[in-house]
Design a protein around this ligand. Structure first.
Ligand code: IVH
Length: 670
């Protein structure tokens, strides 16, 4: 390729990557498969390697891989990033509205815009001629820290803007936004950190703030952050007349705007909006602590002006806090599958926004020491979303001297063996390979729905079979005779038969489920699937070297080490060998046979020929994807008997539907 055609090609590929990125991350509506997207990325990397002078800061290849900084530079905001006045009750909001009307001498209702108040960290992004050039934290409102490299790693941050007919690209644009972490992403991140022995983040806000202020942007890149835009600073070359218009322009240029934003006529509608969003607070996929209400008309905003702290045309209309005071009765310690000892505070039960809270995770000893948490302490507890409640802090002035400091025991509470703390880790672990607590957790995971799916093998029964010494490893589950099941406490003949049937049904299993079931450290359902996609049989996977494992997409050195160590362990190999005498592991089909690649399915209603999980497995085996809800991305809705509302949704979106018969033909079952 000559230089000129390379330049042209680079431009084309970048445009396409930016376009698909926007479809995927901002609009949630991809048009191409991941493989196609990766293909484009690889082509771009190759050309940039061949012609290094073509690499620019805003190339999609440059989201990650920047040098590590010594410290952040200070950036002065051209317009200060103000804070917001708070109102906490409906009456206070009515007062706010009346003040606005008074100041404007308005007799009509004011038109407002309501936006969720995202609970994250405020940032500013500067775009010069449509290119992302500078990003900073809010700091004290006047100057913040230069976090450009970190913001660049967030996929919802456009590196170049998209021009629209109504909104051409301005020569200068400052965007105001919140960096936040979704609840699912937050839970997953913490789970991994717990397993790694790293301290968990107390809440999504702390996780977002800690992730965006990393001097090494490659760490930020591994954190699932998002950006929600809610305003602008300085803008050149465009005059807006309403806040709504600003949001529309931002959306056109490629920014993610919250779907819950609404135009509201008058104070009554605002109060109604506040109630509605508060009522749905637990259903949202991100954490909010209120709604932000803004006067929509920019000329009115200007007339109202600002104080040195906050604009007079906006208010943060907060929700009832999800905190309460209570007392820690005692602290106990549980042992997880990987042997990590996790302390839990048992609380005097307390209601927090409609939910009774009686336990809170204390995460680890460092957390306990840092907050000086003692048994008997009065504490403030907070819950967010459906994340496990946590202790915000101790009310030390309420102490009467009877409180007892807490230390994780130096022996495992279950097997009484010595626990250890590896250097550099905050977690204490029980390293006894045959600790019953670890075994119970491991069996529980092995039998769970997304793993071997042994229906009925729950916590209580697992306690029994482990305590009775019937199960010392996974393979033992398959050799317990029916009379033994029946003999177990409270087990009627019928339920013994049921559990035997469930065990038998699990004797044929997909490789991906089997790998997930093994409970390899750091390998959950997703990575298990990737490994199963790559390796045809369990033997191939067991024979893989660390270097080879690292060539699997998304698998880095830490996971590769963990997988390799797992399969190198003699004890693990023996268990797998024994398991293989009992079960059949179905490896992947030949790579050519992935006819459903890039196709997305949703299932509704009851299928008569196979279970839903069975149908999902079949789709995945043939390269397709499954989702739990219908969206514009769905290609087919498979309709069983008694379909739910998904069918209406599919019809309204024009998604194709398949009868069970049609579906079976597609997957080759008839
Ligand atoms: S507007 C001049 N809108 O709340 C107006 N702020 O207490 C300034 N925030 O620092 C902010 N969601 O971090 C605005 N939809 C939203 C917001 C929002 C979250 C945060 C932002 C700001 C803080 C003000």
């Amino acid at each position: 390729m000559d230089i000129q055609s390379a330049e042209k090609r680079v431009r084309e590929i970048r445009d396409r990557i930016n376009y698909h990125n926007h479809r995927y991350y901002v609009l949630d509506s991809p048009e191409v498969s991941d493989a196609e997207y990766d293909g484009l990325m690889r082509q771009l990397v190759q050309i940039e390697e061949d012609f290094p002078h073509l690499v620019t800061d805003d190339s999609p290849t440059q989201r990650v891989g920047a040098p590590v900084l010594g410290k952040f530079e200070i950036v002065t905001h051209t317009l200060p990033m103000l804070s917001l006045a708070n109102v906490t009750t409906e009456a206070e909001f009515i007062e706010f509205d009346e003040r606005v009307k008074r100041m404007l001498m308005a007799s009509d209702e004011i038109q407002y815009i309501g936006e969720p108040k995202m609970d994250g960290l405020a940032v500013e992004l500067v775009y010069t001629d449509g290119r992302f050039t500078l990003g900073s934290t809010r700091g004290d409102g006047y100057s913040g820290e230069n976090i450009t490299l970190n913001l660049r790693t967030i996929k919802t941050v456009p590196l170049t803007l998209i021009a629209g007919d109504r909104f051409p690209i301005p020569p200068l644009l400052e965007v105001r936004a919140e960096v936040y972490m979704g609840l699912d992403e937050f839970r997953k991140l913490n789970k991994n950190r717990d397993e790694e022995g790293e301290p968990a983040f107390a809440n999504p806000r702390n996780a977002a703030a800690g992730s965006i202020r990393q001097l090494d942007s490659s760490i930020t890149a591994t954190r699932p952050l998002s950006l929600a835009c809610y305003g602008v600073g300085s803008v050149q070359g465009i005059a807006f007349s309403t806040h709504r218009e600003i949001l529309e322009a931002l959306e056109t240029w490629g920014f993610k705007i919250n779907r819950e934003i609404e135009v509201l006529e008058g104070a009554r509608s605002v109060v109604d909006y506040h109630r509605r969003i508060q009522g749905r607070r637990d259903d949202l996929s991100f954490e909010i602590d209120g709604v932000v209400i803004k006067v929509n008309d920019l000329s009115l905003q200007e007339r109202l002006g600002s104080t040195s702290r906050a604009p007079r045309w906006a208010a943060a209309f907060k929700f009832a806090p999800r905190q309460a005071q209570t007392r820690i009765r005692h602290i106990d310690v549980s042992v997880g599958r990987t042997g990590v000892l996790t302390p839990t505070a048992h609380l005097e039960p307390v209601q927090i926004s409609g939910v009774t809270v009686s336990r809170a995770s204390l995460h680890n000893q460092d957390e306990i020491d840092r907050k000086d948490i003692r048994e008997g302490d009065r504490v403030i507890v907070e819950r967010s979303g459906d994340v496990i409640p946590y202790v915000v802090g101790v009310l030390t002035d309420k102490r009467d001297g009877s409180e007892r400091p807490f230390h994780i025991p130096d022996r495992c509470p279950v097997c009484r063996q010595q626990v250890i703390r590896t250097q550099g880790e905050v977690a204490f672990r029980c390293i006894n390979a045959v600790c019953p607590a670890k075994l119970k957790e491991a069996v529980f995971h092995f039998a769970s729905k997304r793993a071997m799916d042994i229906d009925g093998l729950g916590e209580k029964l697992i306690d029994r079979i482990v305590d009775d010494g019937l199960v010392k490893d996974f393979a033992d589950i398959y050799t317990i005779p029916e009379e033994t099941w029946a003999r177990l406490e409270r087990m009627a003949e019928k339920s013994a038969r049921n559990i035997m049937d469930a065990v038998d049904r699990s004797r044929t299993v997909e490789l991906s489920r089997f790998v997930n079931a093994l409970g390899i450290r750091l390998v959950g359902e997703h990575l298990a699937q990737l490994l199963a996609d790559r390796y045809e049989t369990i033997d191939d996977l067991m024979g893989a070297t660390e270097d080879e494992l690292m060539t699997v997409d998304e698998i880095g050195p830490t996971v590769a080490k963990s997988v390799f160590a797992f399969f190198s362990d003699d004890k693990n190999r023996r268990v797998i060998d024994r398991l293989r005498n009992e079960i059949t592991i179905i490896g992947r089909q030949r790579p050519a046979h992935r006819p459903l690649s890039g196709t997305s399915f949703v299932i509704t209603g009851t299928l008569s020929y196979m279970s839903r999980d069975g149908a999902r497995d079949a789709i995945k085996r043939l390269g397709g994807k499954t989702a739990s809800s219908v969206s514009a991305k769905t290609d087919y809705l498979v309709v069983g008997t008694d379909p739910g509302s998904k069918l209406d949704k599919a019809r309204s979106l024009g998604v194709k539907t398949l009868s069970e018969g049609e579906f079976l033909r597609i997957i080759g079952e008839t």
